[in-house]
Design a protein around this ligand. Sequence first.
Ligand SMILES: NC(=O)c1ccc[n+]([C@@H]2O[C@H](COP(=O)([O-])OP(=O)(O)OC[C@H]3O[C@@H](n4cnc5c(N)ncnc54)[C@H](O)[C@@H]3O)[C@@H](O)[C@H]2O)c1
Length: 360
Amino acid sequence: MAVYLVTGAAGFIGANYVHFLLEREPEAQVVAVDYIGFAGNLANLDPVIDRITFEKADIADLEVMEALYRRHRPDYVVNFAAESHNDRAILGPSAFMRSNALGAQVMAECSRLVPVRSHVHVSTIEVYGELPAGQKWFTERSPLNAKTPYSAAKAAGDQMVRAYMATYPEMNIRMTHCANNFGPYQLPEKLIPLGVTNVLRGRKIPVYGDGLQSRDWLHVLDHCDAVHQVLHADLGPIPKEAATDPGLLPIFDISARHEVTNIDIARFVVHELGLDPAEWIEHIEDRPNHDRRYVINPEKLERELGWRPSRQFDTEMAATVRWYAANTGWWEQILADKGELGFDWSRVALEGQARPVSTQ
Ligand SMILES: NC(=O)c1ccc[n+]([C@@H]2O[C@H](COP(=O)([O-])OP(=O)(O)OC[C@H]3O[C@@H](n4cnc5c(N)ncnc54)[C@H](O)[C@@H]3O)[C@@H](O)[C@H]2O)c1
C-alpha cells in the first residue's frame, strides 16, 4: 500500500486532507507530520489517530526530516506545513520565513535525497499579491508579487520549489496555489470560525475596516481533492519552453470561482445562526497592509486534469457554521489553551503589540 507523508497534518487543511485521504484510500499508510506550532492542534486528527503514524517534527530541520523520510520511505508527499496566520506574521515574520521558505526547500531536498513518486508543494493565491484594478484574475503566469510577511515567505518557498522543478526535472515535484478555504477544523482566529464562536458566546463579529475586502472561496475538501489529483496526475516531462513560461511548469491554480466580501461572509454566519446581522457585526480598525482583492483562475487545472469543485458554496457554508456550533468542545479547548483569538490593531501603535479583540 502507498505511503503518504503529509506535513502540517494537525492544521486546518492538512487535517482535512488526512481525513479525505483515508476516506478515498482506506488502506493508505499515512505519516502525519506537524511540529504543533501556534495553529497546530492534534485534536484535529482525533477521528483518525488510530489509523495514522503521527510524527512531531519541524520541516525546516533537514537532518530530522531526512531521517524521517529514510524511516518511512514515502511514495507520495504533500507539504501543507506553513505558518499561515497573516496577523501573526506582522508581529513576528521570522517563524514564517523558517517554515514557509526554508521548510519548503528542506522538504524538496528530502524528496530529492530519498526519491518519491511525486511531491506536491501547497501554496496560496496570496503569493500573487493584490489584484490590480481592471485585471480579472491571476493565473499561473502571473508574476509573484507578495507584499505581506506571510505571503512573501510563501513566495520565497515557491521560488525554491520552481528552482527544484527546473534543476531536477526527474523529481516529479508539483505546486498548487489555492484560493481561500472554508470548512471544519479551522483555528477560530480566522473569519468564519471566529465569527461563529464569538456569536455563540454573545459577542459581535469583528470585521476589519469596511469589510469590502474580497476573497475567492472554496470548500476545503474541494481543495483536498484538487491536491490529490495533482499529486497523482501523469504530467509528462517539463518542456524546455517552461524556462521562460511558468504557465508550462507543473503549477496549478485552484478556485471554485466564487468571490465574496468579508462583510458578506460575516452576514452569512450571523444569518445562519438565526440572528440579525445589523446587531452582531462591528467594524474595527483594519490590519496594516491588508490585500484588498484576489481572485484566481482554475482553467489550467480544469482543462489539463478535468478537476471541478463538487461542493456548492451556500450549502457548505451553512454546514460549516453548523459544524462549529455543534463542536463547541473542540473550540472551547482551543480558547482555553490559547486565550482569546483575534486582533485589535487600534492598540498596536500604542502598546507595540496586538491584543485580543474584546467585542462585548
Ligand atoms: N487556509 C487557506 O485558506 C489557504 C489557502 C491556500 C493555501 N493555503 C496553504 O495551505 C497550507 C495549510 O494552510 P492551513 O490553513 O491549514 O494552515 P494552518 O496554520 O491551519 O496549519 C498549518 C500547520 O502547519 C504546521 N507547521 C507550521 N510550520 C511547521 C514546521 N516548520 N514544521 C512542521 N509543521 C509546521 C502548523 O503547526 C499547523 O498545524 C499552507 O501552506 C497555506 O499556505 C491555505
